[in-house]
Design a protein around this ligand. Structure first.
Ligand code: GAR
Length: 202
């Protein structure tokens, strides 16, 4: 059984997908949600799903490093082995990455390496691309960089705006995040150097 921690800053629909999708999975458990934004909807979702949550307001810390030290301590207290960033809108420091080497993943609403950063969906609309999507990747010190694990594509349709396209992408995000976490929990997926290793189901 692998214990996963989720980091989130907002609505938490990806957390919800993981909580629903992993219910009853004998390989994976969501041990804690850590949220850096007091009052975010993900906190209510966690309590409804029976997953402990901790709010760490980054504004009350003097530095990124001090925040990440507390974050690591909180995750370790809950026995976390792997970390899923799910709408976590902060860059992580080496302190955090060294605590979970090769065991931190992120979901991003664009087909990386295109459109990293805060507004992946808006950037896709503004660029006029015809195919958009989402990416799950291992986290390194960059912004939405790091080895790519999985991607899903959706069409950009006439009349799309950020909200319509974002909703279409999120359907794929929810499906893909559950699949990737199940692969990790089953021991099929890992990071070897900078390469993602995905073994077939036994
Ligand atoms: C998701 O679409 C995720 O891909 C995005 O934030 C959203 C959070 O939604 N993450 C990023 O843009 C990271 N750069 P949620 O709170 O409903 O899961």
């Amino acid at each position: 059984m692998i214990r996963f921690g989720v980091l989130a800053s907002g609505g938490g629909s990806n957390f919800q997908a993981l909580a629903d999708g992993l219910r009853g999975d004998s390989n994976a458990k969501l041990s804690v949600v850590v949220c850096n934004v007091p009052g975010a909807k993900v906190i209510d979702r966690a309590s409804a799903a029976g997953v402990p949550s901790v709010v760490l307001d980054h504004k009350t810390f003097t530095s990124r490093e001090a925040f990440d030290e507390k974050l690591v301590a909180t995750l370790k207290e809950h026995g976390v082995e792997w970390v899923c960033l799910a709408g976590y809108m902060r860059l992580v420091t080496p302190i955090f990455l060294r605590a979970f080497p090769g065991r931190v993943i992120n979901i991003h609403p664009a087909l990386l390496p295109a459109f990293p950063g805060m507004h992946g969906v808006r950037q896709a609309i503004n660029a006029g691309v015809k195919i958009a999507g989402c990416t799950i990747h291992f986290v390194d010190e960059g912004m939405d960089t790091g080895p790519i694990i999985a991607q899903a594509a959706v069409p950009v349709l006439p009349g799309d705006d950020e909200s319509k396209l974002g909703a279409r992408i999120q359907i794929e995000e929810h499906r893909l995040y559950v699949k990737v976490v199940k692969d990790i929990a089953a021991g099929r997926l890992s990071l070897e150097g900078r390469k993602v290793s995905l073994r077939d189901a036994l």
